[in-house]
Write a new protein. Structure first.
Length: 148
């Protein structure tokens, strides 16, 4: 199992960035085609990634505006353990340092997840600062195309 860690600095407050991670209408602006979120411990996490499938899981911890974690189930038809995403939001230089740690990934998912996080964190930065990132192009092709 492999862990990936991704960081980005966003020119917005931790409270603003946090909303884009737990409010479905805001998350939908930067990630996936559709989102259903119940941001409480044990609550639903569901992200429709189009051709890549629906990612499902549950929230483990929700501590506004600095931390959240959720457990994700493997894609349908894949035999693998669930994996864990932890998100830390640190106030830094008038904005927010977002730190994502994604653990428990079996091959080939670490590479796919790393590229997906790069793509989506850039889009989160645009949305959280008032921009419009446009349609999520990652959802228009299967996830395995990321490794080609």
């Amino acid at each position: 199992m492999t862990a990936i860690v991704k960081t980005i600095w966003i020119d917005a407050s931790p409270a603003t960035v946090f909303e884009y991670l737990v409010v479905a209408d805001k998350m939908r602006q930067w990630c996936g085609l559709n989102v259903r979120l119940e941001p409480v411990p044990g609550g639903l996490y569901e992200l429709d990634m189009g051709e890549a499938g629906v990612i499902t899981g549950r929230f483990l911890s929700v501590e506004p505006p600095t931390f959240l974690s959720y457990e994700l189930e493997p894609p349908a038809g894949i035999t693998a353990p669930s994996n864990l995403v932890e998100v830390r939001l640190l106030e830094q230089a008038g904005g927010t340092r977002v730190e994502i740690t994604h653990t428990g990934l079996a091959d080939p998912f670490p590479q796919i997840a790393a590229l997906g996080w790069d793509h989506h964190l850039a889009r989160l930065s645009v949305a959280a600062t008032g921009g419009v990132p446009g349609p999520d192009t990652l959802c228009s092709r299967p996830m395995n195309s990321l490794t080609e």
